[in-house]
Every structure is written in C-alpha cells, then in structure tokens.
Write a protein that binds this ligand. Structure first.
Ligand SMILES: NC(=O)c1ccc[n+]([C@@H]2O[C@H](COP(=O)([O-])OP(=O)(O)OC[C@H]3O[C@@H](n4cnc5c(N)ncnc54)[C@H](O)[C@@H]3O)[C@@H](O)[C@H]2O)c1
Length: 314
C-alpha cells in the first residue's frame, strides 16, 4: 500500500512551527506530527487547525506530543525548536541557547528517524546546520537549512514594491549567510520578466532594496516584538513540498559546501540546490560579480566565527 509522507515538526507549539504545520496541512502534504516541550500548546495548535479544515477544505491527520519517539520513521523532520530573537538582537546572539536545543532534538532525530530529510530553521541557521550534521552524521543531502527561501522571498517582495510590478515576475535570489550583515542578495542575476534589475532601478534604488532585504528580519522583529513566522512558514513548506512531491525545485537553501564557490572546511552557507525526495540532490554554482564573490567570502568568515561558538556549546 502507498504510504503518506510522515512530516514531523519539532517546536510546533511556537509561531514558525505552527505556521509550517498550517501550510503543510492546507496542501495535504502528509501526516503531521507536532512535537514541543509544551505538549498542550502543540495540541491546541493542532486542534485549532483541524477545526478550520471544514472551510479551508483539508482533512489532515495530526499527532501532538512532547514524546520524541512519535517522530519514528518520519520522512521529513523540521526543527523550529529554539528561542527567537527579540528587537535589537542579532540571530548570532541566540547561538549558545539554540545550539543546546538543536543538539538535543537531533539526538532524537538520529535515534528515531535516521533516514529522514532534516530541515533546520532555528537560528543562527547556518551554524545550527553544522551542529545537526555533527550530531546526526547525516550526509549533506539530508541536512538542509531554510534561510535563502525566506530571504529571497523578501528580496523579490522589495523589488516588486519598488517597481510596482507583480512579484511572480520577479526572479531574484539571496545566497550566503542567514545574518543581517552577511546575506548576499544577488543583484547580478536578478530579473523582472526577463529584464535585468539594473535596467529597471537606479544604483541608489538597488542599494535601498538590498539593504531593506538584509534588514527584513530585524524590521519585522522591531514591529512585532518577536521574529516573523508567516513568510518563514511558507518558505519551509515550499521546501517540504518539493521534497515529498519530488518536485525538483531549485531553491536557495543552506547546505554544507564541499569546495563549491571555493569554500570547503564543511562550511554551511546558502546556495541554489535542487530539492527532491533525496533531499538536496544537487548543489549549483552560479557566476557572481566580483562584489558578490567578496560578500560570499565575508559570509564564510562570519559563519566560521559563529560555528566556533556553536560547536563549543554542544
Ligand atoms: N531560518 C529562518 O529563516 C527563521 C525564520 C524565523 C524564525 N527562525 C528561528 O526559528 C526558531 C523558532 O522561532 P519561533 O518564532 O517559532 O519561536 P517560538 O518561541 O514561538 O517557538 C519555539 C518553540 O520551540 C519549543 N522548544 C524549545 N526547545 C524545545 C525542545 N528541546 N524540544 C521541542 N520543542 C522545543 C518551545 O516550547 C516553543 O514552542 C527561532 O530560533 C527563530 O530565530 C528562523
């Protein structure tokens, strides 16, 4: 008999986890397991969502618990467990506390779902990926970070707003580190309806769009008082969908680099990858401008600093 994909979200009592569960349920991507230290909250999120199914038109199956063994044999595990940043905080400042949380969760992933594809969301994202790899020993294809999907979505949205055009026609990606300072919005390949971005916006306008993108998460945190969850939830769901439906979408995701872009040392940064039911099946190297190459190098240096702290805390 054909089996529905089993998708576990650890941290699903929280904002991002609940958003992931919501969009995955709406798309009927599989059977959903909600795990959180606060099982009542996860249960409440599941109940609330199940009660919306009648009008939203989905009939998803939920299990909510604080018992990690319920992730047994999951096809995909999403980790959103961890503290979010507060206004004025950087993602990097969360490293000490979230490294410990990610380590604990990954020990359970290794024990109960050793063949799953793991999607990391907790921040600081790229360093958390390294912690997850170290704990699980999964190959790079199966440890993937959600960063570039969200940052690229923000980049596309800012371009669409600056030009007053439909976001669907905007093609633009963000690579590098998932930090305000070291993400790399790639201007050289950005187009709108096939027209290069630099034919549509002035140099000053492009700088403005790039800076707004880099500060996208911080801007939202200042406005809401905690980090965003709607767009992150959409981003994770796009990745889960591409994996469980074997869509083969090429999306910017954080993965371990093995010499691509001249970066080795097991560094995890965001690059374009093909997402299939094997996980990050292929990593693509694209041509970058001189400035973008330098920015990617700086992202690597910044990542190494945070990784050092992350690994020393686990
Ligand atoms: N990668 C990205 O683009 C991106 C975007 C947004 C948020 N984030 C990050 O995602 C994480 C979650 O953000 P949020 O807004 O949902 O936070 P939140 O506080 O709303 O939710 C976090 C949840 O994790 C749970 N939790 C903590 N430790 C756990 C453990 N050991 N096992 C199971 N559950 C545990 C908490 O009980 C809580 O319900 C944060 O680290 C945040 O910085 C990343």
């Amino acid at each position: 008999m054909l089996k529905r994909p089993k998708i576990t979200v650890v941290g699903s009592g929280g904002n991002v986890g609940a958003a992931v569960v919501q969009w995955c349920a709406q798309k009927e991507l599989g059977d959903l397991v909600l795990i959180d230290l606060k099982p009542n909250v996860a249960q409440g999120r599941a109940l609330d969502l199940a009660q919306g199914g009648a009008f939203a038109g989905f009939n998803a199956s939920f299990t909510s618990t604080d018992d990690s063994s319920f992730m047994q044999d999951s096809d995909v595990v999403v980790i959103t467990a961890g503290v979010p940043r507060k206004p004025g905080q950087t993602r990097e400042e969360l490293v000490g506390i979230n490294a410990g949380i990610v380590k604990t969760v990954c020990e359970n992933v290794k024990k109960y779902a050793p063949n799953c594809i793991l999607i990391l969301v907790s921040n600081p994202l790229d360093a958390m990926l390294t912690v997850a790899q170290k704990v699980t020993s999964f190959p790079r294809e199966r440890v993937i970070g959600m960063s570039g999907v969200l940052d690229s979505s923000r980049f596309r949205s800012n371009i669409a707003r600056a030009l007053n055009v439909h976001i669907k026609d905007v093609s633009a990606i963000v690579l590098g580190a998932h930090t305000d300072k070291d993400m790399v919005p790639v201007v050289s390949t950005a187009t709108v309806g096939g027209v290069p971005l630099n034919k549509l916006l002035s140099a000053e306008q492009i700088v403005d769009v790039v800076n707004r993108t880099k500060r996208g998460g911080a801007e939202l945190t200042e406005l809401i008082g905690t980090s965003a969850w709607v767009a992150p939830g959409f981003g994770v769901t796009a990745m889960v969908e591409s994996i469980v439906l074997n869509q083969g979408r090429i999306l910017p995701c954080s993965v371990e680099l093995k010499g691509e872009y001249g970066i080795s040392e097991g560094a995890c940064l965001c690059v374009p990858v093909k997402l299939t039911n094997k996980g990050a099946e292929k990593v693509f190297e694209i041509d970058l401008s001189t400035e973008e190459k330098a920015a990617l190098k700086a992202a690597h240096t910044a990542y190494l600093e945070v990784r050092k702290i992350a690994l020393s805390s686990v």
